[in-house]
Design a binder for this molecule. Structure first.
Ligand SMILES: [Zn+2]
Length: 337
């Protein structure tokens, strides 16, 4: 079995000046031209006085992937739509470079290919090759892995990767969603402003609903800017009758009591009925993804908590050599990067 050293890659974590771990990880390798290159992945910026990585790769605009920090570096790299989402969400200017998902870009002499993973609008997986021919794929969070290429080193997520946890197994309840729309003349959905709200609009239009969709300000701004075929969207009015409303889950309480309310979530701790619509692969989906990609080695780098460890252990047990982020022993402080 090949180890990271055989693949010509060093995976490491960084400590910030306070001595705590920066989120996620960085990777050092030699480019096909023999140059030593460092890519930081979904992590926060290193203070300007220290040596910078060659790039901050940002897979998507969810807060737990730290684009809010990395977006201020001119070395940040993300898709055009991720950059727009970051600017709207954080009300600051994106300082890095962008690409259209599917394009191949040159990052510090490394040819980086980009792929959609359908987790959010603009979300991207990155693939490149190092000096010894190792194909390195960073997936970010994944909803649909069908467009992802084969690789030798897979760096991936485990949001629902614990095979011993029943809540990690689910299917999207598209039928329940469609029935709720059909059966309730006056209806509102609780959905997070970035990610879920755009998925809700896409699904509604996919069902053939062509009426007005009312949204809160942030959701409206993100959806109008990011979705090409969103149909007629309006700012939240009285929300009772001719339109469907989409607001963040915690704003459902503020809407009139006579309308039917649902939350689009996998969680069950809301006071309104939940409709299971996820932005993620479940545990089976993650395993199928790894089997299809068939890497020599896998590093599970996200999220926080025990799931990366549980997923890596499971992958090991079915024959995929794996490491989770908490097992990475290379730790550098700012001075040594
Ligand atoms: Zn995410």
């Amino acid at each position: 079995m090949k180890e990271l050293v055989d693949l010509g890659v060093m995976v490491f974590r960084e400590k910030n000046s306070r001595g705590s771990f920066k989120p996620h990880l960085s990777i050092k390798f030699r480019s096909t031209e023999g140059k030593l290159v460092t890519f930081s992945i979904d992590t926060t910026r290193t203070p300007a006085k220290y040596q910078q990585p060659d790039a901050y790769l940002i897979t998507h605009a969810h807060s737990d992937h730290n684009g809010k920090s990395a977006m201020l570096s001119d070395r940040s790299v993300c898709s055009e739509k991720t950059a727009i989402a970051l600017e709207i969400r954080h009300d600051r200017k994106y300082a890095g470079r962008t690409f259209k998902v599917g394009e191949t870009i040159d990052v510090s002499g490394v040819k980086v290919h980009t792929f959609p993973n359908f987790h959010t609008v603009g979300s991207t997986s990155f693939l490149w090759e190092n000096e010894v021919g190792t194909r390195i794929l960073v997936t970010g969070d994944v909803k649909d892995a069908s467009m992802l290429p084969k690789c030798d080193l897979l760096i991936t997520e485990a949001n629902y990767g614990d095979p011993g946890d029943t809540t990690c197994f689910f299917d999207d309840d598209l039928e329940g969603f469609e029935n709720a729309v059909r059966d309730n003349p006056s209806i509102a959905f609780g959905a997070y402003a970035f990610g879920k709200a755009q998925r809700a609009v896409e699904l509604l239009r996919g069902f053939g609903y062509d009426g007005v969709i009312e949204m809160d300000e942030k959701s409206l701004s993100l959806t109008r800017t990011l979705l090409e075929d969103a149909g007629e969207l309006e700012y939240l009015g009285n929300c009772c009758g001719d339109s469907i409303c989409i607001v963040p889950p915690w704003d459902l309480d503020k809407l009139p009591s006579n309308i039917s309310k649902f939350v689009m979530t996998g969680r069950s701790d809301y006071r309104y009925p939940a409709i299971q619509i996820s932005d993620h692969l479940d545990a089976r989906g993650l395993v199928d993804m790894v089997k299809n990609i068939d890497p020599e080695f896998t590093v599970v780098y996200h999220p926080n908590g025990h799931r990366p460890g549980r997923f890596a252990k499971h992958l090991d047990s079915i024959g995929f050599n794996s490491l989770s982020i908490d097992q990475i022993e290379n730790v550098l402080s700012n001075e040594f990067v």
